[in-house]
Design a protein around this ligand. Structure first.
Ligand SMILES: [Zn+2]
Length: 113
């Protein structure tokens, strides 16, 4: 069973659930259960540095020099990347760059062409 929150009015821990409310039997306080914040957030849309929506197959350019993980190479600002693929994760763009091979980029460092 999940732990119920204490009453915000009297701090009693004898609270119980009643539909979408929590109820405190000691002082009669009722309050709504919190909404799941993650569900409220917009999901599935990835935007570039300018706030434009990105889609699979788009061409983008890199807006700043980026160090390539695990090598001494630097992906130069202005590098054009064709045919991106959007993925879940911290680095949300999957792509292949000439001279570098498969790479993952962050959408905040790219701009749609
Ligand atoms: Zn109470």
């Amino acid at each position: 069973m999940s732990k119920l929150p204490n009453c915000p009015a009297c701090n009693s821990d004898y609270t119980y659930e009643d539909g979408v409310l929590f109820v405190c039997p000691e002082c009669g306080h009722e309050w709504p259960m919190e909404q799941d914040a993650e569900n409220a957030e917009e999901t599935g849309v990835i935007r570039d540095a300018n706030g434009n929506e990105l889609n699979d197959g788009d061409t983008i350019t890199v807006i700043k020099d980026l160090k390539v993980k695990g090598s001494s190479s630097v992906l130069k600002q202005g590098t054009k990347v064709k045919n991106i693929r959007l993925v879940d994760g911290d680095h949300d763009i999957d792509c292949k760059i000439d001279g570098f091979g498969p790479m993952k980029l962050k959408s905040e460092f790219v701009k749609k062409v």
